[in-house]
Design a protein around this ligand. Structure first.
Ligand SMILES: C[S@@+](CC[C@H](N)C(=O)[O-])C[C@H]1O[C@@H](n2cnc3c(N)ncnc32)[C@H](O)[C@@H]1O
Length: 239
């Protein structure tokens, strides 16, 4: 049977909470791209998972709501909030529609590694635009599309493990066959230009687009990331 997010939720929560360098790096680069002053801002964390980014947002002084359609992950996030309260409110909701979120009700939207799990990127962008206040920010990471396309492989060469790019133009759903891959639950591959065009088409002004080099801990955890950016990081504001 094909995996889905509910099916891998416990495994994913354990992975993140076990100190995954990739997830800590994704969280840290996203946090670094946010406005300097977060105190008192309302921030919506779309596809919050077990809450790694939502908790970090709360530590900046923001008022944070985390939404995710995967009930088991929301249950993990809520359990962490009960055990160590930081003031994050979690809700089951879908990033495509954000039906629990009122129009113009938030100062910022973050989406860490979640837009690549959403079937309809245009609908998600439109929902982000709808819930933001004027000049609100949208900051997101996705697995770097150039090195996560369908058919991408890691091979052993005389100079170490190397990533071989797959079918970059093959946009759409693909699943990893690897039993320990997050991409077992499916991944919607899109090109870099598709992401950036969606941002611009939905009324955002692009503020930055970057490809942070992997940290030492990421390189140690996943040596084939040597010399490659694991994530694409995009920041925009509502024009
Ligand atoms: C790789 S995890 C990232 C979770 C968290 N942001 C983190 O950094 O650990 C991808 C997340 O996207 C969520 N997701 C899947 N479909 C979604 C949708 N339609 N709307 C919002 N999130 C979705 C999954 O449930 C999962 O929590």
């Amino acid at each position: 049977m094909e995996a889905d997010w509910d099916g891998i939720a416990d495994w994913y929560a354990d992975l993140v909470r076990g100190g995954s360098a990739m997830h800590q790096f994704s969280r840290d680069i996203l946090l670094n791209a946010l406005p300097d002053r977060m105190l008192g801002l309302d921030v919506l964390d779309v596809g919050c998972g077990e809450g790694i980014v939502s908790r970090a947002l709360a530590a900046t002084g923001a008022r944070v709501v985390g939404i995710d359609p995967t009930r088991t992950l929301i249950a993990h996030a809520e359990a962490a909030e009960r055990a160590h309260p930081v003031g994050v409110a979690y809700r089951v909701d879908d990033g495509t529609t954000l039906r629990t979120v009122a129009d113009g009700s938030t100062d910022g939207v973050t989406a860490a590694l979640s837009l690549n799990n959403i079937v309809d990127l245009d609908a998600a962008m439109e929902s982000c635009r709808r819930v933001l206040r004027p000049n609100g920010f949208l900051t997101f990471t996705v697995p770097h599309p150039c090195f996560e396309a369908p058919g991408t492989e890691t091979i052993s060469t005389s100079s170490g493990m190397r990533r071989v790019a797959g079918d970059y133009f093959a946009e759409g759903l693909w699943r990893s066959a690897h039993p320990h891959s997050v991409r077992r639950a499916g991944n919607y591959h899109r090109t870099v230009s598709t992401y950036l065009t969606a941002v611009l088409d939905h009324g955002f002004a692009l503020r930055s687009c970057s490809e942070p080099a992997p940290s030492d801990t990421v390189r140690a955890e996943v040596p084939h990331r040597l010399g490659l950016p694991p994530f694409l990081l995009v920041s925009a504001t509502l024009a």
